[in-house]
Design a protein around this ligand. Structure first.
Ligand code: PEP
Ligand code: MN
Length: 264
């Protein structure tokens, strides 16, 4: 079902308000790593609306490496994200890690995110496959293209064909980036499948200083969109403090990406 062989045309995911992902226009998905408070979320939402962004991200269920780190606000976080997004006319995307939270999340998110650590959580994939809701599937930390596409197939095989893929970097020996952005994944996924392909420049690099060239490279390679993390005061962020852009940095980032002519 994911294969380009059985489905020649690019799949376009149509979201409420006729916002499309895939096809002719590029999408910029932006927002904080974690939803931390109403104030923080509304500040980002206001800035995104001003910049012309349509889809806001914000984690409520955070898959943290350490159990002692901030775990996210859970359902409260989803509510805060929805309220801020509604106030500023944005769509929402947030990660769900537990199949039991998929149904309750439907009222709050326009796109369900399945994170890198759960790319092969097959029960979660199957449950997401039962929904009538777009799913953004992140590439696993060490997943091959074949494994990534099989994971998407799990969702689609249950009936949910609204699937988007996102390259978010893979683990290599390199230490100067948080992960290694596998730019070759973009043309391979576009060739092999008909699904929209995005690139998360924040988690793949973990470095604010190279986001612009990486986003341009992703778009030049054929990506349908970019994901980037934005926080009003990154130094105080409860997760990923080192890698989130502040609002001014985000505005510069987005302007530069648009100025390249690669953002359609
Ligand atoms: C995220 O996007 O919030 C996230 C945790 O990313 P990943 O699953 O790619 O690590
Ligand atoms: Mn993050």
């Amino acid at each position: 079902l994911v294969s380009r062989k059985s489905h020649k045309e690019d799949t376009v995911i149509v979201l409420p308000g006729d916002i499309a992902i895939g096809g002719l226009s590029s999408v910029m998905v932006a927002g904080p790593c974690s939803v931390e408070s109403e104030q923080q979320t509304r500040t980002v939402a206001a800035a995104l609306q001003k910049a012309g962004i349509k889809v806001m991200r914000g984690g409520a269920f955070k898959p943290r490496t350490s159990p002692y780190d901030f775990q996210g606000l859970g359902m409260d976080g989803l509510r805060i994200l929805r309220e801020a997004a509604d106030e500023y006319g944005l769509l929402t995307i947030s990660e769900i890690v537990d199949p039991a939270h998929l149904e309750p999340a439907l009222d709050y998110v326009d796109i369900i995110q399945i994170g890198a650590r759960n790319m092969q959580n097959f029960e979660l994939l199957k449950a997401a496959g039962e929904l009538n809701k777009p799913v953004l599937l992140k590439r696993g930390l060490a997943a091959t293209m074949e494994e990534f596409l099989h994971a998407a197939e799990y969702i689609m095989s249950r009936g949910n064909t609204q699937v988007m893929l996102i390259e978010r970097g893979i683990r290599t020996y390199e230490k100067w980036t948080r992960n290694t952005l596998d730019i070759s994944a973009v043309p391979i996924l576009k060739q092999e499948s008909h699904l929209p392909v995005l690139v998360d420049v924040t988690h793949s690099t973990g470095r604010k200083d190279i986001l612009i060239p990486c986003a341009k490279a992703a778009l030049a390679a054929g990506a349908d969109g970019i994901m980037v993390e934005v926080h009003p005061d990154p130094a105080t962020a409860l997760s990923d403090a080192a890698q989130q852009l502040n609002i001014e940095e985000f505005n510069t980032f987005f302007s530069e990406v648009k100025a390249s002519g690669l953002f359609r």
